[in-house]
Design a protein around this ligand. Structure first.
Ligand code: ATP
Ligand code: ATP
Ligand code: MG
Ligand code: MG
Lengths: 253, 253
């Protein structure tokens, strides 16, 4: 059974997509894993970062959720070795209709079930909210990776995340676990990053990943080259930090 | 009639909330304007930055949208002189019910109408998506301010923004204008920021605000002190840039 992990935080811009696509590419590159990336964010950033032209999609995840096609018809094989189920903004236009479907919370889980034997890891990139798509991602996942950037507004979002996970566990009877909390966009030059990291360690304890992702322009540039950080800047601090995360995620059970 | 502006971008973490609350506080401080800030983002970041404890709200914007109370019952006067209509995560839990209400797109507009004589500016902080709350904000606004951070993934989001504005104009017959595109989180040390700013200027021309907001840790720290940048670091580069934006927004018709 593949390890299915959602990368989730309703706070925007904390590094969800950056984490998902680099983690996916790295699990293939360094651990020879078979990896499926499901992009359930209408922005389609992780799809685009892996080289998919999201404006040229003939079918996409929304068609699978609305049971028009099977998952195998929308999977795109990318140069990184990661298989991707892509999305674009059309997914957002289907949010209200999808919210009205029976079993709306488990559409993704049901669509993935026939294909789980093909993969070792399934990683899901979430949109920055707690709507029906984020809920689908959490219901389809065994555990969640929570990227948190080094800011006060980022810390404020923790309560909202925990409330959402409680909702999934209690109201939807799905025992989702936390695989780990990932400190992202860490800037060693200022105290704020150190303070926020300290607060996170106090609050989450051993649920914090050891890996801390530094703020580095290379991570911001890599998607424009449709490359993972391992190709774009393989010896840099960004690649080194994500390499450490890959080791931790690979060992996590 | 007050100038009603939404601060909108479906991309997360680009500086929407940071812009809204500093712009609101600055219009009061430097231009003596009467300002209402409507926080239609369930994260409640702009409410929190202005000192409101969003977990202690007895009534909030969602209650106005569901016609349980009038706007005047939820307005909170803050120390900055800005009146705020706050939200917290409970707003997200009402998204599906509100999406089913008749006139769902103009609930905010209708709720604001009786109160427009009291204000010179109404500023609306949007969530990072194109759901019913973002649509309500756009339908209630005369024009939109679009913050864009200096990144490739930020640029990718432009097409989605323009598509949403076209939807508002054509399908909902609301002639929303662009007040301006604001370059945020500009880091002069790297080429990426310069390249992205160049692309934005080419694409948006004179719709770009002259003000460019630099990446500075002071802007990230200020919300934790419940202060605007003008109180927290009044002589810094962040305050200077937002001061310039205030002048431009104040003159915009
Ligand atoms: N460690 C980092 N160093 C520098 N830039 C980063 C880092 N992580 C992410 N970024 C950049 O910050 C921006 C936000 O990151 P990203 O888009 O991955 O976040 P997200 O949480 O997926 O955003 P959204 O909420 O919009 O989905 C992007 O432009 C990205 O390139
Ligand atoms: N110019 C800046 N310099 C440094 N940090 C900034 C700047 N602008 C915003 N930030 C920080 O970056 C993070 C994202 O900004 P903010 O929350 O305002 O964006 P947003 O677009 O409102 O996010 P969301 O999509 O989650 O609503 C915050 O932690 C904020 O403090
Ligand atoms: Mg993303
Ligand atoms: Mg915000």
């Amino acid at each position: 059974v593949p390890r299915c992990l959602a990368v989730f935080n309703m706070k925007g811009g904390v590094g969800k997509s950056t984490t998902v696509y680099n983690l996916a590419a790295g699990l293939v590159r360094f651990k020879k894993q078979r990896v499926l990336l499901v992009d359930i964010d209408p922005q389609g950033n992780s799809s685009a970062a892996l080289g998919i032209d999201i404006w040229q999609l003939t079918t996409q995840l929304k068609d699978v959720l609305q049971r028009r096609v099977g998952m195998e018809q929308v999977v795109v094989k990318t140069a990184s070795g990661v298989d991707v189920v892509p999305s674009n903004i059309l997914l957002a236009e289907e949010e209200i209709p999808i919210s009205g479907m029976p079993g709306r919370e488990v559409l993704l889980k049901k669509a993935l079930t026939p294909h789980i034997d093909r993969y070792d890891f399934i990683l899901i990139d979430c949109p920055p909210n707690v709507g029906v798509f984020a809920v689908n991602a959490l219901m389809a996942s065994f555990a969640v990776i929570i990227p948190v950037d080094m800011s006060y507004l980022g810390l404020l979002g923790i309560q909202g995340i925990e409330r959402t996970l409680t909702l999934i566990r209690e109201h939807l009877d799905h025992p989702i676990r936390i695989a780990g909390v990932l400190a992202t966009r860490f800037d060693g030059r200022n105290n704020l990053s150190k303070e926020v990291l300290g607060s996170l360690k106090t609050h989450f304890g051993d649920k914090m990943f050891q890996a801390v992702i530094p703020e580095t322009v290379k991570l911001r540039e890599a998607p424009s080259h449709k490359q993972s950080i391992f190709e774009y800047d393989s010896n840099g601090v960004g690649a080194k930090a994500y390499r450490q995360l890959i080791d931790e995620v690979y060992k996590w059970q």
